[in-house]
Design a protein around this ligand. Structure first.
Ligand SMILES: Nc1ncnc2c1ncn2[C@@H]1O[C@H](COP(=O)(O)OP(=O)(O)O)[C@@H](O)[C@H]1O
Ligand SMILES: [Mg+2]
Length: 151
C-alpha cells in the first residue's frame, strides 16, 4: 500500500471517507493510472457497495479501452492494457476456495498482471500477501455515498 499512499484521500488515511460515485470513480482512475504490475487489488463490500464501479474506474485508469462488465457469471474476465493484462474476478458465486483452481487462480495470481478481486473473502487464504485491500460500505447517512477504506 505504501506506493499508493499519496492516492488515499486525506480523510481515509486517518479514518474513513464517504465518497459520491463521481469521487469514487475519480479515485479509482487515479489508482489505475498509478498501478504497476504485478499487483492484486481486493474489493470487499456488500452487494451494491460499488466494487464493480470501482473496478471499472481502476481499469479505465490502467488503460483498458474495452467495456468492463461484471464477471459475476464467468467468474473472471481478462482485458488487455498497455502495461499488462488485467484479470477482474467476482468470487461471489464460489462455494469454497478450492474452486479457484478451476478458473486458473494459481496462474492468474502469480502472473505479471493487474488482478482485481471482488468478494476476496470467498478465496480464504488464497489471496497472496502484499495485495492492496480496499473495503467499500454503504454510508449510513447518505444513500448516494460509499465509505472507502484502503490499505
Ligand atoms: N457513491 C457511490 N459509489 C459507487 N456506486 C454508487 C454510489 N452511489 C450510488 N452508487 C450506485 O450503486 C451501484 C453499485 O453497483 P456495483 O458497482 O455493481 O456494486 P457491487 O459490485 O459492489 O455489487 C451502482 O448502481 C452505482 O451507480
Ligand atoms: Mg460487483
Amino acid at each position: 500500500m505504501q506506493q499508493f499512499h499519496h492516492l488515499v484521500p486525506a480523510l481515509a488515511v486517518r479514518g474513513r471517507v464517504a465518497m459520491t460515485r463521481e469521487e469514487l470513480v475519480a479515485w479509482g482512475e487515479a489508482l489505475g493510472r498509478a498501478a504497476r504490475p504485478p499487483l492484486i487489488i481486493t474489493l470487499a463490500g456488500d452487494l451494491g457497495a460499488g466494487k464493480t464501479t470501482l473496478a471499472q474506474a481502476i481499469c479505465a485508469g490502467y488503460g483498458v479501452t474495452e467495456p468492463v462488465t461484471s464477471p459475476t457469471f464467468a467468474l473472471v474476465h481478462r482485458y488487455d492494457a498497455p502495461r499488462s493484462p488485467v484479470y477482474h474476478l467476482d468470487l461471489y458465486r464460489i462455494q469454497r476456495p478450492s474452486e479457484l483452481v478451476n478458473i486458473g487462480w494459481d496462474e492468474i495470481s502469480t502472473s505479471h498482471a493487474l488482478v482485481i478481486v471482488e468478494w476476496p473473502e470467498r478465496a480464504g487464504d488464497l489471496i497472496p500477501a502484499g495485495h492492496v485491500p480496499i473495503d467499500l460500505e454503504h454510508a449510513q447517512v447518505d444513500p448516494d455515498r460509499r465509505v472507502l477504506l484502503a490499505g
